[in-house]
Design a protein around this ligand. Structure first.
Ligand code: B12
Length: 329
């Protein structure tokens, strides 16, 4: 069996059936695109600022030859998240934090590659490379009008992980966009973020942003962390297969969040429940703030049950008073 089949077979034994291969090379064709975005100030604070780092996988492995892209399906089909409820977490946040969970899988596959005689380094999310673009080059999915890497099997509800290796492996054919004339996601986006190609007004980002102007407080619409609106609108997600990866099975507390408990939670509760999930990395106060926003928007007597004095943090006191002014006075 050659290296490619061996890596695919080993990944499949771990429950990972979307694995693609592309050549490790500089993505110079993206430089003008990234420069234009920089000039029009639409870069997001979570994006790598240095354009040359964004297109250069050799920074991670000088003699890299091949990049392996792997999709990790996370949606278990649980009917616990959705617009219309008073407060909900987006689908990707519901299970174990994907940074650790995906890394654990990638480490195993790296060891397998080392067993084949190659070196291997792995990434998920926190790196300077354009993961969706690399995944599309490897053919595991195409990039949709909602910017998402969309796979035929699991739709776009997948995380992406990559391995760079010095093994020379035949590349797969890149995937072409299949969106055609469909623009469901663009029409569904509540803020026009997709139409304007501006991730800084994407509600997923707004739920994670530390400082929010008043105008955003009314627009979160129950989103406690992340936004799925453009993905939920996508026809490729309607019949998408569900994830069988146990690590992404939703935690009960995240499925049916008690907004009042969430807004008033202490450090111990945060660490026990939310820090382990994918919504924990921005800290406790962001989740408390978003829960407070949902409460003020949806619950009539919230100010009788929760007061400014319940919060030690000046930031949360401030948001409480702003919400009181906007929704109750
Ligand atoms: C910054 C960031 C964000 C920001 C900005 C998102 C954005 N639209 O770029 C915010 C906080 C808003 C965000 C939100 C989300 N994110 Co995010 N995020 C990232 C991060 C760290 C960097 C992305 C980035 O650089 N964006 C800037 C744009 C310009 O680059 P890009 O999206 O990578 O790719 C574009 C170019 O390649 C271009 N392109 C494609 N082909 C070609 C060809 C040519 C020739 C050219 C010139 C350009 C071009 O189009 C692509 C799509 O816009 C990546 C991890 C990583 N290292 O890649 C995760 C990542 C993209 N996020 C991810 C996820 C899951 C999400 C959310 C779904 C979470 C949620 N439910 O709320 C949303 C989706 C929002 C959306 N519709 O994009 C996943 C995406 C998985 C997938 N199936 O696509 C990633 C890959 C993390 C991971 N490892 O799984 N995210």
């Amino acid at each position: 069996m050659d290296c490619k089949d061996s890596i695919k077979e080993y990944s499949r034994s771990l429950g990972l059936d979307l694995v693609g291969f592309s050549k490790c090379r500089r993505y110079s064709e993206l430089i003008p695109y990234f420069e234009e975005r920089q000039d029009s100030h639409v870069q997001n604070e979570f994006e790598e600022k240095d354009i040359y780092r964004r297109v250069d996988p050799f920074l991670y492995m000088e003699n890299g030859k091949t990049i392996v892209s792997i999709a990790f399906p996370y949606f278990h089909g649980t009917d616990c998240c959705g617009e219309g409820s008073r407060g909900y977490f987006s689908k990707y946040t519901l299970g174990t934090d994907y940074h650790g969970a995906v890394s654990a899988y990638l480490e195993k596959i790296c060891s397998h590659i080392e067993g084949l005689g190659g070196s291997a380094v792995h990434f998920v999310d926190s790196n300077s490379l354009p993961e969706r673009y690399i995944a599309s080059l490897s053919g595991i999915g195409f990039i949709g009008k909602n910017n998402m890497l969309i796979t035929r099997k699991y739709g776009s509800y997948v995380f992406l992980g990559e391995i760079i290796t010095d093994l020379e492996i035949e590349e797969d054919a890149p995937a072409e966009s299949c969106c055609g004339s469909c623009s469901c996601c663009i029409e569904a986006c509540p803020t026009g973020s997709l139409r304007q190609s501006n991730p800084n007004i994407c509600l997923s980002y707004i739920t994670q942003k530390k400082e929010l102007e008043d105008s955003w407080l009314e627009l979160l619409g129950g989103r406690l962390f992340g936004c799925d609106t453009c993905q939920d609108a996508c026809p490729f997600n309607k019949a998408a297969e569900r994830s069988k990866l146990e690590c992404f099975r939703p935690f009960d507390d995240l499925c049916r969040p008690d907004l009042e408990k969430l807004a008033l939670m202490g450090n111990a509760e945060f660490r026990k429940i939310y820090r382990k999930a994918s919504c924990g990395w921005r800290g406790k106060a962001i989740l408390q703030r978003n829960a407070l926003i949902s409460l003020f928007q949806n619950v009539r007597d919230v100010e009788d049950r929760i007061s400014e004095d319940d919060f030690a943090s000046p930031r949360l006191k401030d948001i409480y008073n702003r919400l009181l002014r906007i929704f109750k006075l």
